[in-house]
Design a protein around this ligand. Sequence first.
Ligand code: JHZ
Length: 417
Amino acid sequence: MTHDTLACRSCGDTNLAPVLFLGKTPLADRLLTESMLNEPEPLFPLTLHFCAQCGLVQIAECVAPEQLFCEDYPYYSSFSAALLKHSRDNVEELIEQHHLNEKSLAVELASNDGYLLKNFVERGIPVLGIDPAEGPAQAARDAGVETLCTFFTEAFATELVAQGRQADVIIGNNVLAHVPDLNGFVAGIRILLKEDGVAVIEVPYLKDLIDHCEFDTIYHEHLCYFSVTALRSLFARHDLSLNDVRRLPIHGGSLRLYVGHKAKVSPAVEVLLDEERAAGVNELRFYEDFAHRVERIGESLLELLMGLKAEGKRIAAYGAAAKGATLINYVGIGTGLIDFVVDRNTHKQGRFMPGQHIPILPCEALVSERPDYCLLLAWNFADEIMNQQAEYLDGGGRFIVPVPTPRIIHPSVAKVD
Ligand code: JHZ
């Protein structure tokens, strides 16, 4: 882990204000095998900081990317139907709007298991996936998506261009937050993108994180947390223009950015910048009660779970998500409260949650074991999961949503905010 002089990953300013300390937590996607349970588990501090100079929020700690993403990375995008649909719709729209054809090239940075690029492949549009995680990269290749297993950097972009590979479209979903050399990564995008190409980038939205107190989305993979204000200045530093932006519900609230060489800025950008100014997103006061709100969620969730346990109820959890690891470790939810976690991702089943060592089972365990309550760690997919778990709900099972306020969801209330 590195943490020499704390400087903003975007503008370099060293005057950063701490806003939240989540204690020392294990790596969120380092799911343990049975034989790892008796080994010491690395713990790293997790501290959120705000840069008043450019508005970027970041964690102070930087765990080596090789340690985070290369060793047995268990996250495979294709296990959520909602995410697959979201990605397909994105691709369809890009093909239409940019008249992509068999002479175009679509590159995805952090292409994972090919969940998105396969849609271009189906339409006969050449693709290139880039992802450092061997397992997901191999799954993408098996699905017919050309994938290079490596990190995307400025130097790598230069190499691709030297080979004659420049992109009409660059997709980068949920990757910008993961990159230690943020400026090098964006410089790479500028190099790889054709003169009239578009970079389409999705990031979880900082304003949603703070407004809905989604503190569990903070973990060591996520180095940065972005506002439109911070993003615009990041791209401008590399002569790229943030031309359009949309707010999307995915992952608890995200931004989709459309970035190009030439400035053609839609009014939506100014609207969001105004909203951020009005809400004070670029000022420290916006973050001042965040730590206190996080603490209250932790206390009230613990109280809720302990109360149910005292009544003799059995509790499980749904989703061995990275955010679930932050939640259970920060709050201190272990095997005394939760019997098991279920997850559809076959690469996660049979493993144990980091820190708390709760076993991960297939989703069928909810019906066969019939826990009275199920803590929804993957709350961002609440609708999809509740629809899929009709049998558990019909049998009297109930879900608990942890954020923004811990509460038991009744089946009639299918929609979760
Ligand atoms: P999910 C991921 O974080 C990974 P995580 C990453 N760190 C990132 O940046 C963010 O997303 C944005 C399972 N599941 O995707 C699949 C079911 O079992 O919310 C996952 O293990 N059944 C790169 O890990 C987990 O839940 C289902 O029906 O916090 C969800 O994890 C569905 C829909 C999901 O994100």
